[in-house]
Write a protein of this length. Structure first.
Length: 310
């Protein structure tokens, strides 16, 4: 029967929360398939998801009702200095299919009862769908299901699993962000030397980064809140392709890691780009933008990244 027509799995309820139910029919849980996933989603009462960032392509076919997708859009016709970000809403009605490319950040809203079919390539997994929330029953349930699948998958050798981890480096993500003290950045620029975080060696010889700007403030307040308020911080917008092609510095997307002695938040389920090397600031194109970070004088909290996260 190998390779022939056969039953390979069955529908599995992976989410049942606040009037939203997801029945996976193809994917990591239902069929042990990481290449593609297919599900039937039913919404019985008005609800919404948190903001999501996808690292897979997704097609949504709406069968009943309608859904709203809220997303941010840049004015691509304007000059860089005049570009503005606006929030838009796309209404997808019954009978319509919407395409959401990998790397998109959006929020699904369900104003009315609805039913739709999402198709994801590669397959949905918690690591490829970043949920902007502090932790929920949905995230916990999905993490448990996918952890169980990984643990029980006896068909993959350790070598195959390691090979998949190396290949799964999110080649389509080119813009990443790193937060640092302004003084260290200026010193590296002045001496035309590579910038290294102070915990570079302790952390595993890599530079921490993120591909999702909206997570920067919560990350800064988790790891860097105890730093002096009068020691300014900045956020660097980096070109991952330039780091690789001109400097030979590899970026790999991995689970969150501690910074120095500070552990990660146990509720984080994001995947983070780790830059395996320092930042050669003197190489043209490595740093695309430098943003000023602001902090509260009262409690030292990071409150904004001017021009990026307000």
């Amino acid at each position: 029967m190998s390779g022939g027509i056969q039953i390979i799995g069955k529908s599995t309820t992976v989410v049942e929360h606040d009037g939203l139910t997801v029945h996976e029919t193809v994917g990591n849980v239902a069929t042990k398939n990481d290449n593609v996933s297919l599900a039937v989603v039913m919404v019985t009462t008005p609800t919404c998801e948190p903001w999501l960032t996808l690292y897979y392509d997704e097609w949504m076919y709406v069968m009943e009702g309608y859904i709203e997708l809220v997303y941010n859009s840049n004015d691509s016709d304007a000059d860089d200095a005049e570009k503005t970000t606006t929030t838009k809403t796309l209404v997808v009605k019954a009978g319509e299919t919407v395409f959401i490319p990998s790397g998109s950040r959006f929020q699904p809203i369900f104003p009315v009862p609805a039913k739709y079919i999402p198709l994801c390539i590669p397959a949905f997994s918690p690591e490829r769908c970043i949920r902007e929330e502090d932790g929920s029953d949905v995230a916990t349930r999905l993490a448990e299901l996918h952890t169980a699948v990984t643990t029980s998958n006896e068909n993959k050798t350790k070598e195959e699993e390691e090979e998949e981890k190396v290949k799964d480096n999110y080649d389509d993500i080119t813009t990443i962000y790193h937060m640092c003290r302004s003084s260290l950045y200026e010193q590296a620029k002045l001496t035309k030397s590579a910038y290294f975080p102070t915990t570079f060696v302790q952390d595993g010889h890599f530079t921490h980064a993120t591909a999702i700007p909206s997570t920067l403030l919560s990350t800064a307040n988790h790891f860097y809140l105890s730093t002096p308020v009068d020691d300014p911080w900045i956020c660097l917008e980096l070109n991952r392709n330039v780091l690789l092609e001109r400097c030979g510095i590899v970026t790999i997307f991995e689970s969150p890691a501690p910074v120095g002695q500070i552990e990660t938040n146990k509720n984080w389920n994001m995947i983070c780009p780790h830059i395996y090397g320092g930042l050669p600031l003197h190489v043209d194109g490595v740093v695309m933008n430098v943003y000023t970070m602001t902090r509260s004088i009262e409690d030292g909290k990071f409150v904004s990244i001017v021009g990026l996260v307000e």
